[in-house]
Design a binder for this molecule. Structure first.
Ligand SMILES: C[S@@+](CC[C@H](N)C(=O)[O-])C[C@H]1O[C@@H](n2cnc3c(N)ncnc32)[C@H](O)[C@@H]1O
Ligand code: SF4
Length: 369
């Protein structure tokens, strides 16, 4: 299977922790941006038209902030140019402050099946402090508008003064809104974002406190039937994100727009990070690739392991053998020995033990050659 990713780099304003490719002040460029995006889609799809696409993901930025006619246009183009499976999962990221029934009418026409809503917290004071444009009530309203769809919510931990009670309340709020999937992200204090100064000044919880909060969340969600299927992702069984599972299984995907990455026919390539550069390349009849690498040999094998060990099912050694024609246990004998205490090893799979999944990075580096 292959997935399609479409990046929408506009937001109403910038949250204090965010360094994603999103540019609130450049909203006036949306017309030009989507014209170029459509151009890129037509050209790339002509190259990769023989595949069947199973998922589409509109990410951002804030796709729900853009004029919905552009989302509809992108979906029309996809259906015109390539084969999109009848049962495709089509996700759109939503900021609760930017959704209404008129937009939903157009998303429905576009065939969106799933909405991923950025809640972050149900605490209005905290939302304000991190620069969110919405409050708890806006999330409740968004869920009401989107009722009946497959819903997911993003929740953050590691923020100012968060307590287990406040995180529990956030999860309860999401579940009361009808979500069947929750992504829980521990704050990464990115250099250059306003929150980084607060991090330097010791105003945020330390890593032990965040780890403790994470363990609490895992248990609480488990008790509510939300199973962890990847380090940051939890779902009622059957509601896992097919689009993201494809990434972790090292499946193919084609990305469009600013900063979007693709992995097609063994080549990984990523677009430039500014709207001006992106538009400039496309208007001049060129692709806007900033980097391109053919991933092969040891690099491809390590990538397989790195992605698979993020998931709760781990690495499927039979799939490894059919992908690379070699034996997982032989190729990674040293790492399997040194990391034995942290791994569940069976004849068919190797996975990180549940209690160590949060610190998977430390374990995964041992597999690097
Ligand atoms: C593109 S945004 C989702 C849609 C929309 N832009 C919004 O924020 O509501 C993706 C998610 O990444 C998470 N995120 C962004 N920056 C982060 C950071 N520095 N550390 C941890 N999580 C972050 C947030 O939970 C956010 O909802
Ligand atoms: S709304 Fe989302 S993408 Fe935009 S700045 Fe905030 S977290 Fe980043």
């Amino acid at each position: 299977m292959a997935g399609i990713y479409i990046h929408v780099p506009f937001c109403a304003s910038k949250c204090s922790y965010c360094d994603f490719a999103s540019f609130p002040k450049e909203f006036g460029k949306q017309e030009a941006y989507f014209a170029c995006l459509y151009k890129e889609m037509r050209s790339r799809f002509a190259e990769y038209k023989d595949k069947t696409y199973e998922t589409v993901y509109f990410g951002g930025g804030t796709p729900s902030f853009a004029d919905p006619k552009f989302i509809l246009g992108a979906m029309r183009l996809i259906r015109e140019c390539v084969k999109l499976s009848d049962s495709a999962e089509i996700t759109l990221e939503v900021n609760p402050g930017t959704i209404d029934r008129n937009k939903l009418r157009i998303y429905k026409q576009a065939g969106i099946t799933r909405f991923s809503i950025g809640l972050q917290s149900s605490d209005d004071k905290l939302l304000k402090k991190i620069g969110r444009i919405h409050d708890r009530e806006d999330f409740v309203k968004a869920c009401d508008i989107l009722k009946g769809y497959n819903l997911s919510a993003d929740v953050m931990i590691g923020l100012f003064d968060q307590t287990k009670e406040s995180v529990k309340d956030t999860i309860d709020c999401a579940i009361n809104g009808g979500v069947k999937h929750i992504s829980v992200y521990a704050l990464t204090p990115e250099v250059g974002t306003p929150i980084y100064t607060d991090y330097l000044n010791g105003e945020l919880p330390d890593s032990d406190e965040v780890a403790d909060m994470y363990e609490y969340v895992v248990k609480y969600l488990d008790g509510l039937g939300f199973k962890r299927y990847e380090v940051s992702n939890f779902a009622i069984p059957g509601f896992e994100s097919r689009h993201n599972l494809n990434y972790w299984r090292r499946g193919e995907y084609i990305g469009f727009g600013v900063g979007a990455s693709s992995f097609m026919n063994g080549r990984r390539f990523t677009n430039v990070f500014t709207i001006d550069e992106y538009v400039h390349f496309l208007l001049n009849g060129k692709y806007a690739e900033a980097s391109s690498d053919v991933i092969e040999g040891e690099d491809a094998k390590f990538e397989f392991v790195m992605l698979a060990l993020r998931t709760s099912v781990g690495a499927d050694v039979n799939k490894y053998r059919s992908a690379f024609g070699s034996d997982f246990f032989t190729d990674f004998a040293d790492a399997l020995k040194s990391q034995k205490a942290y791994l569940d090893i069976s004849a068919d799979s190797v996975k990180i033990k549940d209690e160590y999944l949060y610190v998977q990075n430390n374990i995964i580096v041992a597999f690097m050659k």
